[in-house]
Design a protein around this ligand. Structure first.
Ligand SMILES: *[C@@H]1O[C@H](CO)[C@@H](O)[C@H](O)[C@H]1NC(C)=O
Ligand SMILES: *[C@@H]1O[C@H](CO)[C@@H](O)[C@H](O)[C@H]1NC(C)=O
Ligand SMILES: *[C@@H]1O[C@H](CO)[C@@H](O)[C@H](O)[C@H]1NC(C)=O
Length: 335
């Protein structure tokens, strides 16, 4: 009897092992292409210096054109073994360039936030085709009219959320929401946090899926402008949102409470990299006055996931190039 129950336990844990899948998730604000040029991806690749030659250490400073930065970003994403990669601030050229650099093993979903097509910045999600399959994607605007490209009254820009619904290659469904909240309006950030929490809760409760959320919140986890973070983590109540949206993503009244859990806090402490700031600006590490943590990765409190390693990597290389004014955040997630 004992032998029988232990083999059942072994079988049960084997079943869990077989169906679990670990992948590296990243979120990286690319910095929009503020210095466009007509240099092709292949021309950039052809300009890569001899890898055996010592660079001029810290010989460059400030913001380099996207035609250079894209090489550093793609290199980091690929060499880190990333499987799902959320971006912010990508203009259409930038997402197309990344697709070209990452290659045919990857795909992405995203639209320009200004028209729902190609205008303005994408909060896109890139994914490896051997790791996940896309089921559906939809987009909503973090404004009073979520179905159409629209700006919240006091916001600096139009703001969007990309909702990708995926299945891992071992058959687990999950939802990933990716966003970039406003830089000027704390009210917009609170609304955006409330809408994302509402949508995440719907996927958790109604569709019973693990939920991951990535984003540049343009605001920190603590302090006077931390409303969005406080709302998604349950420390503050959500604010009122468009009633049609709220009704569409409502859950039954007796549903358990739902919040987002910060993967930086959920990962084993030993495996949390000691870099903290995710925004550094295009400044040398000797000037930390702008440094702050505003890019996040979360898992839904309904579970279905575990967090492994978590780290914020530098964007600076020996030659002085900063790949972006943000740093990439990496989180290993098991679903
Ligand atoms: C870039 O170079 C690769 C490898 O040589 C080639 O397959 C590809 O067609 C080139 N892309 C363009 C847009 O010319
Ligand atoms: C709520 O959103 C829907 C869909 O975007 C829109 O038709 C409706 O006018 C919005 N309601 C208000 C009060 O703005
Ligand atoms: C995953 O979602 C699809 C619908 O998008 C559904 O048909 C399928 O049964 C789901 N799989 C699991 C394991 O729940």
């Amino acid at each position: 009897m004992l032998a029988l129950s232990s083999s059942l336990v072994v079988l049960a844990s084997l079943a869990t092992l077989v169906s679990a899948q670990t992948f590296r998730l990243a979120t990286y604000n690319l910095r929009f292409d503020s210095r466009p040029d007509s240099i092709t991806v292949n021309q950039s690749i052809a300009s890569i210096p001899d890898p055996l030659t010592q660079p001029g250490f810290l010989s460059k400073s400030g913001e380099q054109p996207w035609s250079q930065r894209r090489l550093y970003i793609a290199e980091r994403i690929i060499n880190e073994g990333t499987a799902i990669f959320s971006i912010q601030e990508g203009l259409v050229r930038q997402v197309n360039d990344l697709q070209e650099l990452l290659g045919s093993g990857w795909s992405f979903v995203g639209v320009g936030r200004d028209d729902g097509k190609t205008a303005g910045e994408f909060s896109a999600i890139f994914f490896r085709l051997d790791t996940v399959t896309l089921r559906t994607v939809d987009f909503f605007w973090l404004s009073n009219t979520p179905d159409v490209p629209s700006k919240f009254p006091s916001a600096g820009s139009i703001r969007i959320c990309t909702a990708g619904k995926f299945t891992t290659s071992s058959g687990t469904n999950f939802t990933l929401l990716n966003t970039h909240l406003d830089d000027q309006s704390d009210d917009q950030r609170k609304l955006g946090g409330s809408m994302i929490l509402t949508r995440a809760r719907f996927e958790a409760v109604v569709n019973k899926e693990p939920v991951l959320v990535t984003g540049d919140f343009n605001s920190q986890a603590t302090g006077s402008d931390s409303g969005a973070y406080q709302i998604v983590t349950g420390a503050l109540a959500p604010v009122a949102m468009n009633a049609t949206f709220a009704a569409k993503f409502a859950v039954p009244d007796d549903s358990p409470p739902f919040t987002l859990l910060d993967l930086r806090e959920q990962a084993p402490p030993l495996l949390v990299g000691r870099n903290f700031a995710t925004f550094t600006g295009f400044t040398a590490p000797t000037d930390t006055s702008q440094w702050k943590r505003i890019d996040f990765a979360f898992g839904g409190s309904n579970g279905g996931w575990t967090a492994g390693g978590y780290k914020v990597e530098t964007s600076l290389t020996d030659d002085g190039v900063l790949a972006s004014d943000h740093r990439p955040v990496f989180a290993d997630v098991t679903l």
